[in-house]
Design a protein around this ligand. Structure first.
Ligand code: BES
Ligand code: ZN
Ligand code: ZN
Length: 497
């Protein structure tokens, strides 16, 4: 969709659809609603007075203007109670309106920028565009039938009062577009099936991003990883015919900036390996590379936003399959850190590839390490699919993540990493086991990762629940969500060197 900013008045602007919003039972009309109502001889105020449109959250209706306005139609969407308004509801309302306009088959609409007391204009515009774009996302790449029935909006015009407002609003628009496009990239990769999104394809996509953004990229083959001593990554990769790839992207905006390492689990399909999973819902395991997808998407957007940082994105990518060459329960692996791991379950493969990736990240001496992984079913049991499990060793970094979470609506919740939990992964024959008990499974996954961090501030995000969802949310359709991208970008945008 093409989006542009133009000076124009809603009551004078000619378009297919004019989009307006209203709070629930407002005492009086304000802003665009008021000027359109005046021009329309009180049509909207009568409607609301008579209770035909209440303004309840996400309530949406279409009206023909029948020549009363230059706009052919008005779509009116409710924002709920004014006292309860926040950016999360605003993103949802933008999405609901956009879906309504798209599903109605309309190609073009205009939206007069709203002002809401207590919110900066830029954040309102950014949230509106982000909510809208994320809400109308569709994954149709593999549908060949009835392609003509796929509906898409072609154009949105953001109307502003004065010429001098245009550049400011255009800047906020640009930011929202960059962020939304990168969430689209992550969602496409997660929704893409495992026969399409292989480790090789992930490496190619990372190569494209590196190329477009003039970033450094290094892709280690399994043989190279083996020669370097990444025994854990190699063990997981060797069961598959698809070659594993250890992908490292580097973005640097200048000298002396803080280095932040982003590490994403890139299991393009997790069958469980020799400890094979039940076949029911195994198809979902194509999303086991959601962490890597989020890292790649974040790197892309960070570069487009020209964030003043030095970022290293590390994406160990491989399938986890059973075969005659696969690693086995009981195997002992030597990780890049030198520490040894006894494999109890080949299905706890995420922490293995991440252990080598975390160790690898240490060579950059980062100020912070953040990993994202669809790590444990236990985290889904604990928090469901709304919430990311948050773990870490540094209060300041944890707080920064929580602040970014509040701003973006990507919910996180803390779980502990107390030393006592280490008991569960003590091994008789190696330094640790890769599995503890079923109880506290998400925490044990975090404890395992913590053994590869040394003293650097670190956060682990277990995104197993929210990586893909069955039931749509106001601005997140079913399927891959791209969770983590907006959260990371907010954290990085707010980062103080
Ligand atoms: N990729 C899975 C975790 C997962 C499960 C993600 C369900 C999304 C939905 C991970 O590799 C895994 O299989 N973990 C095991 C760990 C166990 C063997 C300690 C799990 O959660 O069962
Ligand atoms: Zn697994
Ligand atoms: Zn997995």
């Amino acid at each position: 969709m093409n989006i542009r900013v133009e000076k124009g008045r809603p009551e004078k602007y000619s378009c297919e659809v004019l989009l307006l919003f209203s709070f629930e039972s407002p005492d009086s009309m304000e802003g665009p609603l008021q000027v359109v109502d005046l021009e329309w001889k009180g049509f909207l105020s009568t409607l609301m007075k008579q209770g035909d449109f209440k303004g309840e959250l996400f309530e949406t209706r279409l009206f023909h203007t029948q020549g009363a306005l230059p706009a052919q139609r008005v779509v009116l969407t409710g924002l709920g109670k004014k006292a309860e308004f926040d950016l999360e509801k605003w993103r949802g309302a933008a999405s609901k309106a956009g879906q309504f306009i798209r599903n109605g088959g309309f190609k073009q609409f205009a939206f007069p920028i709203e002002k809401v007391v207590g919110h900066a204009e830029a954040e309102l515009v950014e949230s509106f565009v982000t909510g809208l774009l994320l809400g109308i996302y569709q994954f149709n790449e593999f549908k060949t039938l009835d392609r003509d029935k796929i509906k898409e909006i072609r154009e949105l015009v953001l109307l502003v009062d004065k010429d001098k407002d245009v550049p400011r609003i255009a800047d906020a628009l640009k930011v929202a577009q960059i962020i939304s496009e990168s969430v689209y990239l992550a969602r496409d990769l997660v929704n893409g099936p495992a026969n399409q999104v292989t480790p090789t394809v992930l490496a190619e996509k990372a190569g494209q991003v590196a190329n477009d953004q003039a970033m450094e990229i290094k892709v280690l083959e399994v043989e190279q990883a083996e020669a370097m001593g990444m025994g854990a990554f190699v063990a997981v990769a060797k069961g598959s015919q698809e070659p594993g790839k250890f992908i490292v992207l580097e973005y640097n905006r200048g000298k002396g900036l803080d280095t932040i390492a982003l590490v994403g689990k890139g299991i393009t399909f997790d069958s469980g390996g020799i400890s094979i999973k039940p076949s029911e819902n195994m198809d979902r395991m194509k999303d086991d590379m959601s962490g890597a997808a989020a890292v790649l998407a974040t790197m892309k957007a960070a570069s487009k936003l020209q964030l003043p940082l030095h970022l290293v994105g590390i994406m160990p990518a491989t399938e986890n399959l059973p075969s005659g060459k696969a690693y086995k329960p009981g195997d002992i692996l030597k990780t890049l850190s030198g520490q040894t791991v006894e494999v109890i379950s080949t299905d706890a493969e995420g922490r293995l590839i991440l252990s080598d990736a975390l160790t690898y990240s240490l060579q950059y001496h980062p100020k912070a390490i953040i990993d994202l992984a669809t790590l444990t079913g236990a985290c889904v049991v604990a928090l469901g699919d709304y919430t990311v499990g948050l773990f870490g060793n540094d209060e300041t970094l944890l707080k920064r993540v929580e602040e970014a979470s509040l701003k973006t609506g990507e919910k996180v919740w803390r779980l502990p990493l107390w030393d006592e939990y280490f008991e569960y992964i003590k091994s008789d024959v190696a330094d640790f086991k890769n599995v503890g008990t079923r109880a506290a499974g998400a925490i044990i996954g975090g404890i395992f990762l913590s053994k590869f961090i040394e003293k650097i501030p670190w956060v682990h995000l277990d995104i197993a629940g929210p990586a893909s969802i069955e039931k749509e949310r106001p601005y997140i359709p079913r399927g891959g969500t791209g969770v983590g991208v907006r959260l990371l970008l907010q954290l990085l945008r707010d980062w103080k060197n």
